[in-house]
Design a binder for this molecule. Structure first.
Ligand code: DAK
Length: 262
């Protein structure tokens, strides 16, 4: 198994579990962690067989990710600022485009870059103690890892502006009411159980259809793509698979389909 300095990476029977492992710094994202996450998602992307989802969370019971590592900001100049921004964007775009669902298990603070990391995931489950915020404005910044775009896409312009302009902390319950999170859980174990249950649902679906739903929905937010035209292409792509034949056959034979990913 691959070892990382800042991540715990577990391969389970059905899914991959990534834990950001800097609890003394509330799992703040330094550049090394961003690089390791990128390499971890590249590895997953190349090893999708028999894996139906990814769960990403933070080590410890206090924080998912308390933002970008503020201690690294003291050395920033124009070049490094641009490079940092690009590294973050590359990683978060990679997560958003993964062909299997990525679930953020938000178990505490999800601040700044931490909130943005959760937004790049396809689904979010928050524990009762989770708190969300985009406090960049307090540092004289704006969200720099896609937050201005994804928060607006997910919860709408009005609430997104309120969150980014005030830097207020948003409780798990409020985040649920804003549609920022998909589900709530009492604690980490319950959230992990819920995430696993979702992954077992994905396991029963056709992998090409899963991948193409994610792609097609992402296309809605890409101004360079005609989402309707691409939906036709991705639909036709699915209709050429053996799994499509199997899905129709299983329906007619009144049994569960046995999808193979072909
Ligand atoms: N970075 C570095 N260290 C952090 C950290 C962070 N974001 N958050 C917490 N820590 C460290 C604390 O410094 C402390 O370390 P020691 O002092 O023990 O060495 C340790 O974690 C425990 O934190 P506290 O003692 O503060 O714990 P409390 O329970 O009292 O408070 C807190 C928890 C989350 C309310 C507090 O730690 C806090 O306010 N943390 C900062 C939250 C924050 O503002 N995060 C940054 C959001 S802005 C960019 C791209 C993206 C971004 C920026 C630039 N470029 C491309 C240039 C994104 C920016 C953000 O994420």
């Amino acid at each position: 198994m691959i070892r990382y300095n800042n991540l715990l990476f577990e391969v389970t029977k059905d899914y991959y579990l990534i834990k950001i492992n800097r609890p003394k710094n509330l799992n703040a994202l330094n550049q090394e962690t961003i690089k390791e996450l990128k390499s971890c998602f590249d590895y997953i992307d190349n090893n999708l067989k028999n894996k139906y989802g990814v769960i990403i969370t933070g080590e410890g019971d206090k924080s998912f990710v308390a933002g970008a590592d503020i201690k690294e900001f003291t050395q920033l100049d124009n070049d490094s600022s641009l490079k940092f921004c690009k590294n973050g964007h590359d990683l978060f775009n990679k997560i958003e485009r993964m062909p299997i669902p990525v679930i953020a298990l938000v178990n505490g603070y999800a601040l700044g870059g931490g909130c943005e990391l959760s937004l790049a995931c396809h689904l979010r489950i928050a524990t009762k103690n989770a708190q969300f915020s985009q406090p960049e404005i307090n540092l004289g910044l704006i969200p720099g890892y896609g937050g201005t775009q994804r928060l607006s896409q997910i919860i709408g312009k009005s609430k997104a502006l309120e969150i980014m302009l005030t830097a207020n902390m948003i409780s798990a319950q409020k985040a649920y009411e804003y549609n920022l999170v998909n589900d709530l859980a009492k604690n980490y174990n319950e959230a992990l159980k819920k995430a696993h249950e979702l992954i077992l649902i994905f396991k029963r679906k056709a992998p090409v259809a899963i991948k193409n739903v994610i792609r097609s929905v992402n296309n809605y937010y890409d101004i360079n793509v005609d989402g309707f035209q691409e939906e036709i292409n991705l639909f036709v792509d699915c209709s050429k698979t053996k799994d499509f034949n199997e899905g129709v056959k299983a329906f007619i034979e009144k049994r569960c389909p046995d999808f193979t990913g072909e």
